[in-house]
Design a protein. Structure first.
Length: 86
């Protein structure tokens, strides 16, 4: 039996980082530019201004998405091995 403390941290981190990375990639595809002086929606979905590094504009959303998907994958593996072992 999986305990709450076994699965919840991976689920919380995985879901939040995957959601945040997906929102940032969506904002990048729509051309939403964020910044400290922008409304909350643009700060959440926006990317750094165009004069910033292109690698940062794509790198951070992909990093967040990767961390989230890795944690969800670990959670899936944990559940699978637990169900398989009995």
């Amino acid at each position: 039996m999986l305990g709450f403390s076994d699965w919840f941290p991976m689920a919380a981190v995985g879901l939040m980082f995957t959601l945040f990375g997906s929102i940032k990639l969506w904002g990048l595809s729509r051309g939403i530019v964020g910044g400290a002086d922008k409304p909350v929606f643009q700060r959440i979905c926006g990317t750094p201004p165009t004069w910033e590094s292109r690698s940062l504009r794509l790198g951070f959303p992909l990093l967040f998405l990767g961390v989230g998907l890795i944690n969800l994958g670990r959670l899936g593996w944990l559940v699978f091995t637990n169900l398989r072992s009995g």
